[in-house]
Design a protein around this ligand. Structure first.
Ligand SMILES: NC(=O)c1ccc[n+]([C@@H]2O[C@H](COP(=O)([O-])OP(=O)(O)OC[C@H]3O[C@@H](n4cnc5c(N)ncnc54)[C@H](O)[C@@H]3O)[C@@H](O)[C@H]2O)c1
Length: 309
């Protein structure tokens, strides 16, 4: 199939692009390199350096006639969205609509969208959250992701365009960018390996559900199928607090840094954990890499990267 992947120079979607290419698909990548990196881009993909808000997006979709739009490009920093809700909405809502309108017009059969399990639900009423849990996002980022889900429902109801929404838990693994504000695993490993001091925001008792990137890739492979339609959590059903992640990574990196706590940032949820039963029961997906193994592989990757510098 001919597939357009947005954000394909970034952490998650670059792995998705690799897997799609491996399966023999014709992959195009649109990325503006705001956080993405050239070295992540598969050389077999056709790379188009472009913002998803660019007015040349319709021409691209008109010319190339993609079967699938896999939409991962986003401003993905929750705290940044709290400080800059308009910037967040410009990329995460208006940029998406630029793509969806062109997809509708130029024959895209299906959209796969990277949503979020944590931010869309907000503070949870019960644990783990299933897909029917109330959606009460408490950040502009979460609001924008939920708006995308609603637009996709609209495009399906009114224009018959199929979609799969993948609500990711906290994704971690090789290629995650350690230099932003988001992605605690990559940030901690980078600091620990470079002799720096990671800072745990607040008391470190905030919990997250950590899912390894190769499991997320498997979900994106399944989502190519037309019968995989609707909204699915991509999670492990297990929560760990930041203090535990810190201890685990300290052990794996061999770092002798101290446990330092800083201020809790606005927009951060206390507990977040999701069940993947729906995707498992309907399509057989389940996470295959457990927390210890995933963390070990991620640390290995960053160690190799550090030794090359
Ligand atoms: N990492 C997680 O834990 C997580 C959890 C839930 C959802 N998600 C979603 O998954 C997607 C990928 O996240 P990631 O962690 O790989 O982040 P990332 O920052 O590594 O990837 C995002 C990519 O999008 C590109 N991009 C950003 N704005 C763009 C624009 N306006 N036009 C074109 N390209 C643009 C960036 O350059 C980057 O390559 C995002 O939609 C994010 O919201 C991630």
């Amino acid at each position: 199939m001919k597939i357009l992947i947005t954000g394909g120079a970034g952490f998650i979607a670059s792995h998705v692009a690799d897997a799609y290419i491996e399966e023999g698909h014709d992959v195009f990548i649109v990325d503006n390199f705001s956080t993405g990196r050239k070295e992540n881009v598969n050389p077999k993909a056709t790379l188009i350096e472009m913002d998803i808000n660019d007015n040349k997006i319709p021409d691209l979709l008109k010319t190339e006639r993609f079967d699938i739009l896999n939409h991962h490009a986003a401003q993905m920093d929750v705290r940044f969205s709290v400080e800059n809700p308009r910037f967040d909405a410009t990329t995460n809502i208006l940029g998406s609509l630029n793509l969806y309108e062109s997809a509708k017009k130029y024959g895209v059969k299906k959209i796969i969208f990277a949503s979020t399990g944590g931010a869309v639900y907000g503070e949870q009423d019960y644990f783990p959250a299933d897909e029917n849990h109330p959606t009460r996002p408490c950040s502009p980022y979460g609001i924008a992701k939920l708006a995308n889900e609603k637009y996709l429902h609209y495009y399906k109801e009114v224009y018959g365009m199929n979609y799969t929404v993948l609500r990711y838990a906290n994704v971690y693994g090789p290629r995650q960018n350690p230099h932003g504000e988001a992605g605690v695993v990559a940030i901690f490993i980078d600091k620990m390996l470079s002799g720096g001091q990671p800072v745990i925001n607040g008391d470190g008792k905030n919990t997250r559900d950590y899912v390894f990137v190769s499991d997320v890739v498997n979900a994106n492979l399944l989502a190519l199928r037309n019968d995989v339609s609707g909204i699915f959590n991509i999670a492990t059903g297990i929560e760990h607090d930041v203090n535990y992640v810190f201890k685990k990574l300290k052990e794996l990196t061999g770092s002798n840094c101290n446990e330092v706590h800083g201020e809790l940032k606005a927009g951060e949820q206390r507990r977040s954990v999701c069940t993947y039963n729906k995707f498992k029961n309907e399509h057989g997906w389940q996470p295959e890499t457990d927390f210890d193994e995933g963390m070990r592989r991620t640390v290995e990757y960053f160690k190799k990267l550090t030794s090359k510098k």
